[in-house]
Ligand binder design. Structure first.
Ligand code: GUN
Ligand code: FE
Length: 497
């Protein structure tokens, strides 16, 4: 697919148009040229597909096109967008689930991250990490690296080489960290950050004009950054509005209390980042389980709500990365994602390895579903009512479990919105980059948890919706046959055959 000849896919496409609209195109013909979706024709009967391809290709002056005709049980969805993960924490997957956040950082996480001063270890580990996230179907990934400049640059090189779309950030942390894993000053931290930004911006894109790897400012969280460091990062952000920013917010109650003591002049956690100019339309905020917890505990009135943290984040245009696997695993809390969506926030999903024990966005989807069911059950218990059902006018999402279309949205288009890349990726409309997964639920994938039979193989909208639900709830990387980023095959079960 690296050649300039267009490649054409014929088969079902499923994607979202917003958080409540799933579009299912059972018989789509989609052409990819120069890494982008050149055109998409709906409702093409199999018997007409040859003629339609030839006339569409002729109208564009194309002589040859390669055709991938999907088989029954296969379909295409947009690539997953993981808006929050830590590449150096993959060696810890599955460790430390008995800790809460602050103990886990000190006993499990910082010792492992400090190993990345060894650049050979960094290269080896990061190669495996990026191959793994690609094979899990993650076409865009927001990576935290460690505090080391050179190792962070290696992560960016690996991402670039393997063809993933990503944001790569060197962690800033100049206090409240162990001596062996703490930057000596704000100035040292800023100089290293500038070095990494320059390095990433110097990478030559494989497709001219299509930069897949972006730098991102990464103040680890308010606790690990002095006011001086946050101020200097805010200054970098001020002079370059294209620089994205990522950090953690309101993940755990002890963390929130600690932030309050470190920044007594700031009304809330979100106000800390805002005070330093770090809350804006290209900021990715991970977790947010305890946003506005004071207000909620006090049974807030309308006036208080209009001054809430969530309203501040909304007014700045920043987005949230919901990390349900991690939030449950580290007992951090249950985020109220439905309510965030109801209030118009940009919301996405993150795996948060290794607070989360899985690098797969499919697990993030499942756990997002579980978290929303916990919220719905709690709501029903408090209201002493049965769970609301979505018949007729839907109940607000805040009170009910997230439906299938919202779950797919969070893993795809929601991520694109949070990364400010929605004009580029997130769904499969002409003009966007072809970042997509070919999914197969056919028996030869050998995933015994996915049963597909009889009527479900018909290409009706109803049966395709069932296949999507089975994939999201029971699928795994065996079912992800091909992973395309900007039209190039970058991973998937078929990539190594
Ligand atoms: N807060 C600060 N650092 C981290 C981290 O590495 N993981 C998580 N989940 N939260 C954090
Ligand atoms: Fe994290």
């Amino acid at each position: 697919m690296a050649s300039s000849l267009p490649t054409i896919f014929y088969g079902p496409i499923l994607h979202t148009l917003n958080h409540h609209t799933l579009q299912i195109l059972p018989r789509a013909l989609l052409a990819v040229a120069g890494g982008r979706i050149a055109w998409l024709i709906e409702n093409v009967l199999p018997s007409d597909s040859g003629d339609t391809i030839r006339s569409a290709a002729a109208s564009k002056g194309w002589h040859v096109a390669r055709l991938h005709a999907l088989k029954d049980g296969e379909f295409i969805i947009p690539g997953f967008i993981d808006t929050h993960t830590h590449a150096p924490q993959f060696p810890n997957l599955g460790r430390g689930q008995d800790y809460e956040l602050l103990g886990w950082l000190h006993h499990i996480t910082f010792p492992t991250e400090s190993r990345f001063k060894d650049l050979e270890y960094a290269r080896r580990t990061y190669e495996s990490v990026v191959r793994r996230t690609l094979d899990c179907g993650t076409t865009t990934c927001c990576y935290y690296a460690t505090l080391h400049e050179e190792a962070t640059n290696i992560l960016a090189d690996v991402v670039h080489k393997l063809g993933q779309r990503a944001f790569v950030g060197k962690c800033n942390m100049d206090r409240e960290s162990p001596d062996h894993y703490c930057e000596p000053s704000a100035q040292v931290s800023i100089e290293a950050t500038q070095g990494t930004i320059q390095h990433i911006r110097g990478l030559k894109p494989a497709i001219p004009g299509m930069n897949l790897v972006h730098p991102i400012l990464t103040p680890r969280f308010a606790i690990s950054c002095t006011p001086e460091l946050l101020g200097s990062l805010g200054e970098l952000a001020r002079v370059d509005r294209t620089l994205a920013i990522q950090t953690h917010i309101s993940e755990n109650p002890s963390e929130v209390d600690f932030v309050r003591t470190l920044f007594p002049d700031c009304r809330t956690y979100a106000h800390v980042y805002d005070a330093y100019g770090l809350l804006r339309e290209n900021t990715v905020l991970a977790h947010g389980c305890h946003l506005d917890s004071d207000l909620l505990d006090a049974g807030a009135d309308e006036e208080a709500i209009s001054e809430s943290e969530i309203e501040l984040i909304l007014s700045r245009g920043a987005g949230l990365s919901h990390c349900p696997t991690s939030n449950l695993n580290l007992r951090s809390g249950v985020a109220r994602v439905g309510e965030w969506l109801d209030r118009g926030l940009k919301v996405s999903l993150g795996t948060d390895v290794s607070g989360g024990y899985s690098p797969s966005m499919l697990d993030a989807v499942r756990h997002a579903s579980f978290c929303s069911k916990l919220v719905a059950m709690e709501h029903a218990r408090k209201e002493n009512s049965t769970l609301p059902v979505a018949n007729g006018k839907p109940a607000p999402l805040g009170n009910r479990q997230l439906p299938l279309e919202t779950l797919l949205f969070l893993a795809t288009l929601g991520g694109a919105e949070v990364c400010n890349l929605a004009s580029e990726v997130g769904n499969l409309v002409p003009g966007k980059s072809f970042d997509a997964l070919v999914v197969s639920l056919r028996p030869e994938t050998r995933n015994p948890n996915v049963w597909v039979e009889g009527d479900e193989l018909q290409r009706s909208e109803e049966s395709l919706q069932i296949l999507l639900e089975k994939f999201l709830l029971c699928g795994d990387d065996r079912n992800i046959r091909a992973v395309y980023v900007a039209g190039r095959l970058a991973g998937g079960a078929d990539a190594s055959i």
